[in-house]
Structure formats: structure tokens, C-alpha cells
Design a binder for this molecule. Structure first.
Ligand SMILES: NCc1[nH]cc(CCC(=O)O)c1CC(=O)O
Length: 317
């Protein structure tokens, strides 16, 4: 980051954005660059594409190689070393507890938070014949779908959005489940066959939202990024992340959390499930958007009271 100083003011003249190199990550980085550039035309904004561990290891499921932090660590290292100033992430991939020295400075407006059903032959999950193979690597999706459709076979599916679609088109799966947000942002919304209602597949915490991270001490930059924050999205994901944090949320756990605001009321729904999808606890809490953090904690307590703690304890073995 370069700053221009005169006697009265230290103003930022250059910002480097670190991002993964997948098409979706690049889209999101360019989207944030555009928004920043419109607000601050005098600042030069550079995009630094990077490969992360999570992008390199594609033959194992994420829960086996250590979870989501793998998509953000290299970007944080670039910020720490001064090679970048901010990192743009799919918020879903950002761990619930930020590492020492980093903050989420802004949350961008949410795209469609729902999961999408994509198939070249079938219209929805209900239409799939028994034994059909459905591709997803998310335990959250697997558990919810398996509980409702026990005759379907869920198989692992990794890779970026284009890779996953190619595997479907090659015939390895009857259908795949992906975040609608990724498809829509990449202009692939026409590949969405149908959308899974939250009652059928409660979305992941943060799904569809963009998180902008920077170094904790960069106060001028933090102040500047605040103008990108989308208030309603930030309230919703604050509630979702508070719930997940209180429950020990990582992607090793089948957990969903989804908040929405209607008529000034924030409604947060959550679930935790055993890996076989047999034991599920679901609940919800509503309240004022500016009490989002509290709503999240309260829902976590409610789920724990219903047995979520026992389900989570068993998952640790
Ligand atoms: N776990 C990978 C990931 N991280 C963010 C998205 C999609 C976009 C989003 O949720 O913002 C995806 C792919 C998917 O879940 O299908």
C-alpha cells in the first residue's frame, strides 16, 4: 500500500487486492475493485492472483485436509509480508475466528444464498430415481439430502465451479449441488435446474456473501473499506457466524446457518446433524438486526439445549 502524505492528511494512493485465481474468486476481486474504484478514482488498485493449498489438493475432501482456512492462509501471508493490502474471499471460506492481526473490514452484498440443483436430465431431487449419484463434497449438503432422500447415493465432488460442471457433463453424476451464488456470479445461472429451498438445504454460514479482510492496524484502510459494507448482509452473516462460532463451526461438521431480514426483523435458522444424517437438531431465533451477534449466540444455546453438543462431541472422534 502506498500513501501520499502532506501536512494535513495521509491518503492511500495504491491498494493491492489478494485473491485466489479461480474464476469465481477473480470475479469477486474485480467486483470489489470496481466498487472501490468508483468511490476512490484516484487510488490505483492492483489485483494479485494466488494459488492456495486448498486449490492444490483436489483429491481429498476438505474436511480431511484441515478445512477452510486452507483457502485464506496464503492470502493472509501476502498481507503480512506487505505484498497485498486486502484479501477478497467468499465469506463461506473464512474461518469463524479471525487470526491474530487480521480483521474482516467489510461484508459485500449477498448473492442468492441458496444451494442449486444442477442436472442435465432431472428437474429436482424428487425426480431422481433410487440409486442416482449426486455430487457434493459438503457434509452439510450430504446430510440434509441423505436424510430426506435415503435412496440417493452421495459422492464426493471437488474442484472449482467449472470443474464440477464438467464432471457432471461427463456423466459421472446424475446431478450435482452447488452454491447458486457462484453460478450466478460467473454468468452460469442458466445451468441452475432448480433451487433448493432453505427447508430442504439450509445454506452454509456466509454463503453468497463476500468478505474483505485486511491487517488489523490499518485504520485508514479500514475506514475506507467501511464504505463497501452492506448493512443487511453484514447483520445476517454476523448472526450466522456467531452461531457457528459458539458451536465450533468448521467444515468438518454438518452445520447450516442462514439469516434473512424481512420487515425489519432478522430471522436466523440453524441446524447441526450427525454425519449419517440420522440425528438432526434444528431451531431458529428472530430479533432486531442490530442484535445479530446475540441472536446467533442464543440460537447456538438453543441448539445445544436440544443435543447439538452431544452430536458435536461425537464428531470429534
Ligand atoms: N466451498 C467452496 C465455495 N466457496 C464459495 C462458494 C460459492 C460462492 C459462495 O457461497 O459465496 C463455493 C462453491 C460451492 O459451495 O458451491
Amino acid at each position: 500500500m502506498k500513501t501520499h502524505s502532506d501536512n494535513t492528511d495521509a491518503s492511500i494512493t495504491q491498494i493491492t487486492i489478494a485473491t485466489r485465481e479461480s474464476a469465481l474468486a477473480m470475479w469477486q476481486a474485480h467486483h470489489i475493485r470496481q466498487q472501490l474504484q468508483a468511490l476512490y478514482p484516484q487510488i490505483e488498485i492492483i489485483i494479485l492472483g494466488m494459488t492456495t493449498t486448498g486449490d492444490q489438493i483436489l483429491d481429498k475432501t476438505l474436511s480431511k485436509i484441515g478445512g477452510k482456512g486452507l483457502f485464506v492462509k496464503e492470502l493472509e501471508q501476502a498481507m503480512q509480508e506487505g505484498r497485498a493490502d486486502i484479501a477478497v474471499h467468499s465469506l463461506k471460506d473464512v474461518p469463524m475466528v479471525m487470526p491474530e492481526g487480521f480483521v474482516l473490514a467489510a461484508i459485500g452484498e449477498r448473492e442468492d444464498p441458496r444451494d442449486a440443483f444442477v442436472s442435465n436430465q432431472f428437474k429436482n431431487l424428487e425426480e431422481l430415481p433410487p440409486g442416482s449419484v449426486v455430487g457434493t463434497s459438503s457434509l452439510r449438503r450430504q446430510c440434509q439430502i441423505q436424510a430426506r432422500f435415503p435412496a440417493l447415493k452421495i459422492e464426493s465432488l471437488r474442484g472449482n465451479v467449472q470443474t464440477r460442471l464438467r464432471k457432471l457433463d461427463e456423466g459421472q453424476y446424475a446431478a450435482i449441488i452447488l452454491a447458486a451464488a457462484g453460478l450466478k456470479r460467473l454468468g452460469l445461472g442458466d445451468r441452475i435446474t432448480s433451487l433448493l429451498p432453505p427447508e430442504q438445504s439450509l445454506p452454509a454460514v456466509g454463503q453468497g456473501a463476500i468478505g474483505i479482510e485486511c491487517r488489523a492496524g490499518d485504520d485508514d484502510l479500514i475506514a475506507l473499506l467501511a464504505s463497501l459494507n452492506h448493512t443487511d448482509t453484514a447483520a445476517c452473516v454476523t448472526a450466522e457466524r456467531a452461531m457457528s462460532r459458539a458451536l465450533a463451526g468448521s467444515c468438518q461438521v454438518p452445520l447450516g446457518g442462514f439469516a434473512e431480514i424481512a420487515d425489519g426483523v432478522l430471522r436466523l435458522r440453524g441446524f447441526v446433524s450427525s454425519v449419517d444424517g440420522v440425528r438432526v437438531v434444528r431451531s431458529e431465533v428472530s430479533g432486531k438486526p442490530d442484535e445479530a451477534e446475540q441472536i446467533g449466540k442464543e440460537l447456538a444455546q438453543r441448539l445445544i439445549g436440544m443435543g447439538a453438543d452431544k452430536i458435536l462431541a461425537e464428531l470429534e472422534h
